[in-house]
Design a protein around this ligand. Structure first.
Ligand SMILES: [Zn+2]
Ligand SMILES: [Zn+2]
Length: 310
């Protein structure tokens, strides 16, 4: 992952290279000039850092805005992050409303800066969970479901959006970006096919994904799962005894093999429900966070789902 720290001011370069010879100094200054010619972009999500690095390669300098471990639903850029964003020509956002602060951020942009909501070419789904789980007030029933990246098909779409934005901002390296987009698209097509072949190991009747967070609707639609959500298992709310009994009753009737916690939210209640309905607890899934690369995220989630439901 590229996380750039700014420390290439001329004075620090001069201090460092004092007495090392004029040739070395000239070479270093030349490198600094070339480095400054890179296109500077910000990423508002670690998944985007991975994808933009994949397409932008050596011509793009990435400023990662969201500190690791932040909750994508509640993160708000503070003054120091806004300053970072203001250093970039392009700002890559996931879009579909996951960055609830985007309208406000637009007002603080400088001339020539552009926000690229990378999920914009993905057909939207709405949050229609019943029973309802609310991950944050912005994503209640009826809102656009922002978790589009859990379908690998959508990542292939996103890679095209990233490539087009880089080509437009840095036309000098157009063919370089085009080539990397086509390599990445081939990679995500084969990852998508891998998911399909893994999922086919689960008998059709058992393709029910029970989670606590309404994050997997795009995954479920793409790969033929029924999505089920446990109400009240959010970080904020407590489940009521009545709802717990109803949920257990419903899941018992469905002969569910496993239910899945998440990496960031791992409620104790889940193990109680699992015990009651005679299901396993699957390995925690990545819903909003990522293990470092998109490919790792998908492989982890799919392996966890397939091994528990097979
Ligand atoms: Zn939310
Ligand atoms: Zn989420």
């Amino acid at each position: 992952m590229v996380v750039v720290k700014y420390d290439n001011s001329m004075s620090s370069i001069l201090r460092q290279w004092k007495g090392r010879g004029i040739v070395s100094l000239c070479l270093l200054l030349l490198t600094a000039v070339v480095a400054e010619a890179k296109l500077t972009v910000s990423t508002l999500n670690p998944i985007l850092t991975d994808l933009v690095e994949e397409i932008g390669g050596e011509y793009v300098e990435i400023l990662e805005v969201m500190p690791p471990g932040s909750d994508v639903h509640t993160f708000q850029p503070r003054a120091k992050e806004v300053i970072l964003i203001q250093k970039s020509t392009l700002i890559f956002a996931m879009g579909k409303g996951i960055e609830t602060y985007l309208p406000g951020l637009r007002d603080s942009l400088l001339e020539g800066q552009e926000i690229i909501p990378v999920g914009r070419s993905v057909p939207s789904m709405k949050v229609d969970a019943d029973p309802l789980y609310v991950c944050c007030p912005a994503h209640a029933r009826g809102a656009i479901d922002p978790h589009w990246w859990h379908s690998v098909k959508n990542i292939e779409r996103a890679v095209k959006v990233i490539g087009k934005a880089l080509e437009k901002a840095d036309p000098e390296h157009k063919s370089y970006y085009k080539e990397r987009v086509s390599v990445a698209r081939a990679k995500y097509r084969s990852l998508h096919n891998w998911v399909k072949s893994e999922v086919s190991k689960i008998p059709k009747k058992q393709r029910v994904l029970v989670t606590a967070h309404v994050a997997f609707a795009y995954f479920c639609r793409e790969y033929g799962f029924e999505a089920k959500y446990l109400q009240g298992l959010s970080k904020e709310s407590e489940i009521s005894a009545k709802h717990l009994a109803e949920t257990i009753q419903e899941l018992k009737g469905r002969k569910i093999n496993a239910i899945f916690p998440e990496q960031l939210a791992n409620p104790k209640m889940l193990s109680q429900i699992a015990k009651e309905i005679g299901a396993k607890i699957g390995k925690p899934l990545y819903a909003d966070d990522t293990p470092g690369s998109y490919e790792k995220l998908i492989r982890h989630n799919v392996n966890s789902i397939v091994s528990a439901l097979q």
